[in-house]
Design a protein around this ligand. Structure first.
Ligand code: NAD
Length: 249
């Protein structure tokens, strides 16, 4: 795949998990990559690192402008920073709703708004948003998180329509349970983390979790000219969960 040669990409949430795997894959394939993250201290060259909070419009604008200046433009935005939330609608407060929507949904809007003027200058412009199987699966105990990821899917479709004539493609990936530090943090709260992990794996059609690298592969495909005729789609990376009409209860 030399299709990434010369591409300039920005990956949000790129210091950890899916974002980090994506940044590393894009670099390995020849792209120049900037990472935007709350804590980019673990990000090393050749990745460029920018500290920003996607809930803070000023910090997003400054980081996107700096990344575009340092890279000499922007072709690809991977809108991936996100946080989790558990519970039913009776469990989460208004403040929690505003907070998680602000990160998972409005954060992507802020990054896209700052990046679009740069993407318009690119001959291979693509935005890839990280949604989730939660967007469509009807997961129990995930009302708030699911609503944010469903909104990311809707946002993806609307943006694809708005920008198709500008040559900017917009797609999303819908990962299933992916083996990242996020899942590690969740499992560590269980009484028996190893047993909880085994149970989680057993509920997957494949008998294992999705790897961060596998999600990165799907993101890279949607980010590259290899998918040049693809916009307004979601790509499931969930070990077959969605295609087989299963859900990770
Ligand atoms: P992770 O916690 O390993 O990484 C998330 C990264 O986002 C971290 O580096 C964190 O610092 C950064 N981040 C969080 N809030 C931020 C903010 N306000 N501003 C800037 N950066 C911020 O998580 P992950 O599992 O790699 O998840 C990445 C994305 O994938 C998220 O959008 C998540 O919803 C989605 N996703 C994850 C899974 C899964 O099972 N891991 C499944 C479906 C979707």
């Amino acid at each position: 795949m030399s299709d990434f040669e010369g591409l300039k990409a920005l990956v949000t949430g790129g210091a950890s998990g899916i974002g980090r795997a994506t940044a590393d894959l894009l670099v390995a394939r020849g792209a120049q990559v900037a990472v935007l993250d709350l804590d980019p201290s673990s990000v090393e060259k050749p990745l460029l690192a920018y500290r920003a909070d996607v809930t803070d419009d000023t910090s997003v604008r400054e980081a996107v402008a700096a990344a575009a200046a340092d890279l000499g433009g922007l072709d690809v935005v991977v809108n991936n920073a996100g946080i989790g939330a558990q519970g039913t609608v009776e469990d989460n407060t208004d403040d929690e709703w505003h907070r998680v929507l602000d990160v998972n949904l409005v954060g992507m809007v802020r990054v896209a708004r700052a990046a679009l003027p740069h993407l318009r200058e690119s001959a291979h412009a693509a935005i890839v948003n990280t949604s989730s199987i939660a967007a469509t699966a009807g997961l129990p105990q995930r009302a708030l998180y699911s609503a944010t990821k469903g909104a990311v899917y809707s946002l993806t479709l609307a943006m694809a329509a708005d920008h198709v004539r500008e040559g900017i493609r917009v797609n999303c990936v819908n990962p299933g349970t992916a083996d990242t530090p996020w899942i590690g943090r969740l499992l560590s709260k269980a009484a028996d983390p190893a047993a909880e992990r085994a149970a989680l794996e057993a509920r997957q059609p494949t008998g294992r979790l999705v790897s961060a690298d596998e999600v990165a592969g799907a993101i890279a495909y949607l980010a590259s000219p290899l998918s040049g005729a693809t916009t307004g789609t979601s790509l499931a990376v969930d070990g077959g969960m969605q295609g087989l009409r299963l859900r990770p209860v």
